[in-house]
Design a binder for this molecule. Sequence first.
Ligand code: NAD
Ligand code: LMR
Length: 328
Amino acid sequence: MAKEPVRVLVTGAAGQIGYALVPMIARGIMLGADQPVILHMLDIPFAAEALNGVKMELVDAAFPLLKGVVATTDVVEACTGVNVAVMVGGFPRKEGMERKDVMSKNVSIYKSQASALEQHAAPNCKVLVVANPANTNALILKEFAPSIPAKNITCLTRLDHNRALGQISERLSVQVSDVKNVIIWGNHSSTQYPDVNHATVGDKPVRELVKDDEWLNGEFITTVQQRGAAIIKARKLSSALSAASAACDHIRDWVLGTPEGLWVSMGVYSDGSYNVPAGVIYSFPVTCKNGEWTIVQGLAIDEFSRKKLDLTGAELTEEKELAYSCLS
Ligand code: NAD
Ligand code: LMR
């Protein structure tokens, strides 16, 4: 029997990530090749004509899994009945800007969209925040939508996770699919900590294979931390196809589960695991089963890593305070 369609909201759908993301969702890349979807696309009135153009292209692409499209500038209509919400809407960082610079513009959007989701989304809607500052926007969404369970609100650090996999695969000249269990800790910002201490290729630790701790503790980390800025410098636009693809990876693994023995990185509401600050959205290694994520526990954290986990945690605490000051 055919499955019931799942309603997927994409905010900022007329923007560049939206344009890359909606065809992926309509092709089943996010929720599976047998899962029909109804796309809800939201943007602001200024972008309404472009949004309608995206809707026209979705019709023209004749995706068999796509059972309907709602394209609207009305946040209530956009949020009504959605099972998955991918929050991309906001202002992207431009060359020379730090994420803090986009904070005041974006957190107020997330405060107001929190209530619309809380009141109109389907019960148990899963929320992924992509727009920057992603962790803090997700936190604001959580705080202003108190009836949505905290475990349902996450942010995207899977792009950073995939970037780390990509760097190791290039360095070792191995297939990216053979690199496993890297971790992104903390903030989706230049303080994030890409950690390979538990990563493997085949049955060998990455550290043993790379044989260059100076590179792993130096250039590898800064390359992943600065990759967003490097893409902006090269494209004059922030990453879009890799961000859209990572958003699909994030939701797919959350809904359908992570493969046995594998973990992924997700920004989730911190319970203080690994002695990082509780009450912020912090990226951890997680496994997913039956639509729920669980933080991987018991990993050894050496002194070098400890400092990095604390540094990015401190930035998130500071961002939380700054976000509240922008909202008051
Ligand atoms: P973009 O400017 O091309 O698109 C953003 C869209 O959001 C625009 O169409 C804009 O009209 C719309 N928008 C603005 N305010 C809105 C609102 N209140 N409601 C609905 N829509 C609204 O930007 P983009 O390149 O698609 O990037 C989107 C966001 O994602 C940015 O904040 C960017 O920094 C962030 N980003 C995050 C990651 C990540 O890994 N977490 C990666 C890449 C980009
Ligand atoms: C990215 O990581 O590519 C995005 O978050 C864009 C940015 O601002 O770095």
